[in-house]
Design a protein around this ligand. Structure first.
Ligand SMILES: *[C@@H]1O[C@H](CO)[C@@H](O)[C@H](O)[C@H]1NC(C)=O
Ligand SMILES: *[C@@H]1O[C@H](CO)[C@@H](O)[C@H](O)[C@H]1NC(C)=O
Length: 473
């Protein structure tokens, strides 16, 4: 009897997920849902930024809370990585003409300076303290035990602020830049220079991954580090700090030379971390492809590269059987989690769930690849990517297809539909009012984990920009 009723209960949960799936699939379309979600996601980000944001009143000006959730889980902190990723989106809005964001960007500069100067369990100013991943919302040190250091945050922050500095220099604000952002001194009293000194001297040091779970050398970190140092070297050159520029370029070259170590020819995909027992498939690798290149591209495992595309497909193949929502009838596509062996359920540990960030990131990488194929005017199918492209055109063979060919058109249309199917999964499991938490439950599909996760909204927004063909920096 108990057995029977629990089966009935399980059946009714699955049935309601099905009903939701079918209802949501009929309307609205992915593109109209994305248009409706965009202003919701944008205002949800501003709600999480101190000190004027509705959910971040206690936070410093320019500090981004990861989520308003203060209990089960408590994400009411600022993380250097998440904050930099949020400001990367906002800086793109500024580049695209929202000049009202300049005061907020300068508050981020001040908050970053404050965090760098705060002595913390990783170390102190102008040294190892720059690698501290997490601070209290008022900028004081978080002194509990944690996965530290994390060497990716300073690199992403440097990339964002280097672009901002370049724009300010173009606008004639030289003294602001040379005072607060890049002073060219050692030891330095400016934010970018401290981040670049940290990254260039500590990139070989083991640190925790972006999910804060394993210590080692990570693809994601190397990708964002080589980008930060390459762009930082250009800024250093422009400001006459030529010795530093040479050193940053040398370290960037060393990172680029080490990146192929993450390609596993036996697995046929990029692994996330060297020297762990995991299989290496990880959403962080896809994020590294995106954050390590930007629209400008560095020719290092770009979204349209063979390695990125086959890694994406291996990730999808591995996630498909993992979550029962992926096989529910009416399921619009595949929900994607962080990595196959994940056991974090959003509050504690049991079984991992799909994440909005990871499901959207698969789509963002595909849209970015489409944009790169369009810019190149062609798609090249190789023996490595043949089966990937055959999903969209079973008769395709290895070769180069120009953008005016039918083969190209068929493949791009297939890629776009494929990318849209991941958005449809996010659409299905988002709240009706557009709210996005961290995760959605692997068998019921309902949202779980930290509510209103800033990065979920940011990920949605950058994915939409890529779908719209925008060239984010
Ligand atoms: C521009 O930035 C302001 C904050 O300065 C924000 O309130 C507004 O929503 C932004 N507008 C757009 C279209 O992004
Ligand atoms: C949207 O709905 C969620 C529950 O799904 C709720 O927690 C949140 O407060 C709502 N947001 C708004 C802005 O009404």
């Amino acid at each position: 009897m108990h057995f029977f009723s629990s089966l009935l209960l399980a059946a009714s949960i699955v049935a309601s997920a099905h009903a939701r799936a079918l209802e949501t699939r009929q309307s609205p379309s992915v593109s109209s849902w994305m248009s409706a979600e965009e202003p919701i996601a944008r205002s949800s980000i501003f709600r999480n930024i101190g000190s004027s944001g509705e959910f971040a009143k206690d936070a410093d000006a320019g500090a981004v809370i990861a989520s308003p959730s203060t209990d089960s889980p408590n994400y009411y902190y600022q993380w250097v990585r998440d904050e930099a990723i949020t400001f990367k989106y906002l800086l793109n809005q500024y580049i695209n003409g929202n000049s009202s964001l300049e005061p907020l960007l300068k508050q981020y500069v001040s908050e970053s300076d404050k965090l760098q100067r705060t002595t913390n369990p990783s170390g102190s100013y102008q040294g190892a303290g720059i690698g501290e991943p997490k601070f209290n919302v008022d900028g004081t040190a978080f002194t509990g035990s944690w996965g530290r250091p994390q060497t990716d945050g300073p690199a992403i922050r440097a990339t964002v602020l280097t672009k901002f500095a370049t724009m300010l220099l173009d606008a004639g604000e030289t003294s602001y830049v040379t005072t607060y952002l890049y002073d060219g001194q050692l030891p330095s009293n400016s934010v970018i220079k401290n981040d670049l000194e940290y990254v260039s001297h500590y990139w070989t040091t083991n640190g925790f991954d972006l999910w804060e779970e394993v210590s080692g050398q990570h693809f994601f970190n190397y990708m964002v580090q080589q980008r930060a140092l390459t762009e930082g070297a250009e800024l250093a050159t422009r400001l006459g700090d030529t010795g530093a520029a040479t050193y940053y370029n040398q370290q960037a070259a060393a990172i680029k030379a080490a990146l192929p170590n993450f390609w596993s020819s036996s697995y046929g995909y990029l692994i996330s971390t060297i020297g762990t027992s995991r299989d290496g498939l990880d959403c962080g690798t896809l994020l590294g492809v995106l954050h390590g290149n930007g629209a400008r591209g560095f020719g290092v495992y770009e979204a349209s590269s063979d390695e990125a595309l086959v890694t994406l497909q291996a990730m999808v193949n591995s996630m498909t059987p993992l979550y029962s929502i992926n096989s529910a009838s009416g399921s619009p596509g595949v929900a994607i989690g962080r990595y196959p062996a994940d056991v974090y359920n959003g509050v504690g540990t049991s079984q991992g769930n799909p994440w909005f960030i990871c499901t959207f990131t698969v789509a963002e990488l595909l849209y970015t690849a489409i944009n790169q194929f369009a810019a190149a005017g062609q798609i090249t199918v190789t023996s490595t990517t043949l089966s990937f492209f055959q999903q969209f055109l079973s008769s395709v063979t290895a070769g180069t297809y120009s953008s005016n060919s039918n083969t190209y058109a068929t493949i791009v249309a297939g890629l776009k539909n494929y990318a849209d199917s991941f958005i449809a999964v996010g659409q299905l499991h988002a709240a009706n009012n557009g709210s996005l938490s961290e995760e959605f439950q692997r068998s019921s599909g309902y949202m779980v984990g930290a509510r209103d996760l800033t990065w979920s909204y940011g990920s949605f927004l950058t994915t939409k920009a890529a779908r719209d063909g925008a060239t984010a920096f």
